[in-house]
Design a protein around this ligand. Sequence first.
Ligand code: ARG
Length: 470
Amino acid sequence: MSRQKNDTAKSSNSLWGGRFEGGTSDIMEKINASIGFDKLLYSQDIAGSLAHSEMLEKIGVLSREDAAQIRIGLMQIKQEIEEGDFTYDPKLEDIHMHIESRLTEIIGEAAGRLHTARSRNDQVALDFKLWIREAYDDLDDALKAFQEALVDKAEAHHDVIMPGFTHLQSAQPVTFGHHMLAYFEMFTRDRSRLQDARIRMNESPLGAAALAGTSFPIDRFMTAKALGFDRPTANSLDSVASRDFALEFLSVASICASHVSRLAEEIVIWSSAQFNYIGLSDKFTTGSSIMPQKRNPDAAELCRAKAGRIIGALSSLLIVMKGLPLAYSKDMQEDKEATFDAADSFSLIIAAMTGMIKDMTVHKEEMRASCDAGFITATDLADWLVRVLKMPFRQAHHVTGTLVALAEAQGCDLDGLTLAQMQSAESSITQAVFDVLSPESSVASRISYGGTAPSEVLKQVKSARDRIID
Ligand code: ARG
């Protein structure tokens, strides 16, 4: 950690220093500056300023010449930033002051008129909203590609039989396609949550000014429209004080990341030598520097870990916000770093997961072989007793339990028992019971809507494709 030695005072800030005599200390500069991360918002800031100056010109607050100069100056700044030809200085705190200060250097006095009827408080809310809106759109595209990868995998393996688990114990056989579609449903809801949240946040805070609105006859509907918002926000205090749009982004991201993380966990388990249900491609695994046999599922592990990081961003912003009186407090500057980081992690894990799913090989023999352990068709036996012998389910459960214990003692599976052994537990059992004891017949029988039968999975694949929205 660097020690704060030369805590010298500086001259006062030219953008807000009118009432100050001395300067801020180095430490103040360091704790106050957001430029290190909010420089990401430059294009949103410039777009907001362009819309604002055009509106000010329309209502007669800015002359045509000033508005034109501001426009030209802002376009030059955009180019400078994009070409890496822009100087950042922590004294200027944030991206808003950097752009205004550079504009003053380029066009002189007219630059000082741009901030009429505006404050950094509505400016930052606007920029951040615009940024999150773009992030939503990029993530929505990424999630769509992921949905497609899952459905493709499901279709290709609609009849591959694997154990279905509860408590990570063999429960009933399922198909791998069905398992992939379970995730498809989760990510479909995630996409729909994302789209809902985007609609809710699409209101422009620009023109709320510092907190109370402004006495200038501004046209907030005009700027809202120019920036692609559905309408302006309805309350100026709320506009500058609220960050629930960021919290909702992080919530959507957290829920989705928790789904990615569960799939990542399954990939880690399935790709272990003990399970060996899938193979991961070279593209998404690493080797060990000491154990030559290793192929480690690092990408899956990192997806699992980054989900934790995204959830951490949500809780840190909730904690930052929960005690703030209205309207703006500087605490809110802490909203951006975690959100930017979460958005990066989020898009990275969706991309990595899409790649892993596309590339993974499915070991159907191993999956099928592991259905031979754990008496996985015991429920089918109990259902047969109910259906054919009209036994109450509770009694059928008990009889099946007795037969499982018998098979366990014999060291065989349920279909390894003889008919006589079956009849020792229930005399009316017939040879026909053996028809329901294979994993193949078990999955084939589960044709209820949304069930695991290959025929049903194919129907679900079709419906899933129809539900992927552009
Ligand atoms: N850098 C600030 C932020 O990110 C901008 C708003 C500053 N407003 C103020 N009143 N100091 O929140």
